[in-house]
Every structure is written in structure tokens, then in C-alpha cells.
Design a protein around this ligand. Structure first.
Ligand code: NAD
Length: 261
């Protein structure tokens, strides 16, 4: 499969799953716009590495996913630099773990904004171009938490259930225009996002680090393995292929059997 002459925006791709998705799409020949927070030298090095390793164009957008205006500007800049945005991966996400009574309202707002509303803004900006070219792939990184809940993750579970609904709606609206919209839903993937929630989970449940890893994180996954970023990226590449052109409105689990239970 080749994604030559396609351009992808991958939000939240300075780290973890998003970076693996950006690199996997570049491997297939797509130009990529990477985005996310991060130390400027490290981001510049990653951007240059993608161009060097895969011979594609790669730009960096510092758009903050809390800002609709910055998201719209990111899409417009990508269209102007590369001529199109053909693949949009809404992947940026944050997590916060707390019992609901103590859940800071500002954390709720941030999680809904970054994990859900940002995808709405990006889709709204990128979809008209995809429709006009009769080809597009929208992939939203959801989570096993788009299908099932866990305690202490009220905002995250709400945002991820929400993005599943957004994805299905967009799939229906764009169905006759060659544009698909799907969720990929990982279980626990070993990334900075998971590492950061270990201390919070230790505090909220009164557990040791080892107990959090074994009894909370891997407890949910029948395979007893963390999912890898490459496995998530491989699913995204497949969704961009012609073989996947009739796969739309789905929510694909990559969770070691977690949501089968
Ligand atoms: P990560 O922390 O490694 O990466 C998150 C990315 O989002 C980073 O690039 C970060 O800079 C970016 N980001 C955060 N706030 C931003 C903002 N305001 N504006 C722009 N970018 C911002 O985490 P990850 O594990 O790679 O998570 C990526 C996605 O996968 C998230 O949507 C997450 O919910 C989802 N997910 C992760 C797991 C897991 O176990 N790691 C499981 C299921 C779903």
C-alpha cells in the first residue's frame, strides 16, 4: 500500500501512540504534520528524523488542542503547505485520576476539551477538503474506556464515550463521499500517559506501584501484556488502505481482550 501524495495530521504526536502513528504513516509515504507539547529541540529532532528516515515532508504545528482557533489554523496551514489534508488522526489526550467528589472541575473541562472537543474542531476544518477530493480517513484514538468504565476516570471515560458517538455521526454524514471515520481503542499501552497515572492511582487506591501495574492495569487485559504503540499504528495504517474503504463508523479494540469480558 502506498500513501504517497497523501498528507496526514496526527494530533498529540510528539510522544507515545501519536508519534508511532505519524512514523508509520510516513513509512507508507504520507507527508505528516506532527503536533503536541514538548521541548522544542526534541520536537525539531523528531520532525527532521521523519523527513530523513522516510523521505516525506514533515512539519510541526504547536496548536494547543484547547483552542479551536489554533486547531483551525493547523488544518489551514497543512492544506496550504501540502495541498491537502487526507488523513486526520485525532490522538491528543490527557488523563486525570480522582474520585468524582474530589475531581477538579478545571480538569474535567480540560479533558473534555482536549480528548473530545478538539476532534470536533479538527474534523469540522478538515472534512470539506476530504469531501471535495472524495477521499479521506478520519481516525480517532479512543480507548477501551470508550466502551467500558473504570472508577476514578469520570472525565476521561465520558470524553472517550463521546468520541465514539462523534465518530459514528461523522461516518454517517460522510459515507457517500469516500471519507471514513473510525475509532481505534487501545487497552493499556506503555506510554508516558500511563506512567504518569501510576502515582495518582497509588494515591487514590492506596496501592504500591507494583500493585497498580499488576492488579489495576494488567488486571484488565486477559493477555497480561501491555499493547505496543506499533500495534496501534499498524491498525491506523490498515484503516488508510483501500481494503478498509468500507470500514466506517466502527470502534476497533486493540486491548488484549479487555472489552470481551
Ligand atoms: P502521551 O502522553 O504519550 O501523548 C499525548 C500527546 O498529546 C502528547 O504528544 C502531548 O503533547 C499531546 N497533548 C497533550 N495535551 C495537549 C494539548 N493541550 N495540545 C496539543 N497536544 C497535547 O499519551 P499516549 O498514551 O500516547 O496517548 C495518546 C492517545 O491515546 C490519547 O488520546 C489517550 O487517551 C489514548 N489512549 C492511551 C492509552 C494508553 O494506555 N497509553 C490507552 C488508550 C487510549
Amino acid at each position: 500500500m502506498s500513501l504517497n501524495n497523501r498528507t496526514a495530521i496526527v494530533t498529540g504526536s510528539t510522544s507515545g501512540i501519536g508519534l508511532a502513528i505519524a512514523r508509520a504513516l510516513a513509512t507508507e509515504g504520507a507527508n505528516v504534520v506532527i503536533n503536541g507539547l514538548g521541548e522544542s529541540d526534541a520536537v525539531a529532532a523528531e520532525r527532521a528524523a521523519i523527513e530523513r528516515d522516510f523521505g516525506v515532508g514533515c512539519t510541526y504545528s504547536a496548536a494547543n488542542m484547547l483552542s479551536g482557533d489554533e486547531i483551525r489554523a493547523m488544518v489551514a496551514e497543512a492544506e496550504s503547505r501540502f495541498g491537502s489534508v487526507d488523513i486526520l488522526v485525532n490522538n491528543a489526550g490527557i488523563q486525570f485520576v480522582s474520585p468524582i467528589e474530589a475531581f477538579p472541575p478545571e480538569k474535567w473541562d480540560q479533558i473534555i476539551a482536549i480528548n473530545l472537543t478538539a476532534a470536533f474542531h479538527a474534523i469540522q476544518a478538515a472534512l470539506p477538503g476530504m469531501r471535495s477530493r472524495k477521499w479521506g480517513r478520519i481516525i480517532n484514538t479512543a480507548s477501551a474506556h470508550s466502551k467500558v468504565a473504570s472508577p476514578f476516570k469520570s472525565a476521561y471515560v465520558s470524553a472517550k464515550h463521546g468520541i465514539d458517538g462523534l465518530t459514528k455521526t461523522v461516518a454517517l454524514e460522510a459515507a457517500t463521499d469516500g471519507v471514513t471515520a473510525n475509532c481505534v481503542s487501545p487497552g493499556y499501552v506503555w506510554t508516558p500517559l500511563v506512567e504518569r497515572q501510576i502515582p495518582e492511582t497509588m494515591a487514590s487506591r492506596g496501592l504500591t506501584r507494583e500493585q497498580v501495574i499488576e492488579d489495576v492495569l494488567l488486571h484488565a487485559q486477559p493477555t497480561k501484556q501491555f499493547v505496543t504503540v506499533e500495534e496501534v499504528a499498524g491498525t491506523c495504517v490498515f484503516l488508510c488502505s483501500d481494503a478498509a474503504k468500507n470500514i466506517t463508523g466502527t470502534n476497533i479494540s486493540i486491548d488484549g481482550g479487555w472489552t470481551a469480558a
